[in-house]
Design a protein around this ligand. Structure first.
Ligand SMILES: [Zn+2]
Length: 137
């Protein structure tokens, strides 16, 4: 997630440090009632609200996936993508849901998107490699 004003990158959900990226990572206090960008002081509460909403849709999608309700899960996950398109996890799940419904072309596109936003995404790259092996034979 990026500050829309100055482009500073926020990673509020993951605790693990990522290295080797040239983007500046800015920590943010999520406990404060109105989060602000540390660099440009912009009010980011709306952005965080949208982000929370997207995560909520994504969690609903995961829940529906566990109940094998794939089309319903895809609907929720698409809502998450509308709100937060640059989240690689959402694209990874979209790919999985497409694959489970036999829509391999969509699945490949989703995993490629996931890798675009997160080149280290193991699930997406593994799935694409698997498909490549399958189509080679
Ligand atoms: Zn900013």
């Amino acid at each position: 997630m990026k500050c829309p004003v100055c482009g500073a990158v926020y990673r509020p959900t993951k605790g693990s440090r990522e290295t080797g990226k040239d983007e500046e990572l800015v920590s943010i206090s999520t406990s404060s009632p109105s989060p602000t960008c540390r660099r440009c002081k912009a009010d980011l509460s709306d952005l965080f609200h949208i982000h929370d909403h997207a995560i909520w849709y994504h969690r609903q999608a995961l829940h529906l996936l566990s109940q094998k309700l794939y089309p319903e899960a895809a609907t929720y996950n698409n809502q998450a993508l509308v709100l937060y398109y640059s989240n690689a996890d959402f694209h990874t799940l979209a790919g999985k849901l497409s694959a489970l419904q036999g829509e391999w072309r969509e699945a490949i596109l989703s995993w490629q998107q996931a890798l675009k936003f997160d080149p280290q995404n193991a699930i997406a790259s593994n799935c694409l490699q698997m498909i490549e092996l399958m189509t080679r034979n």
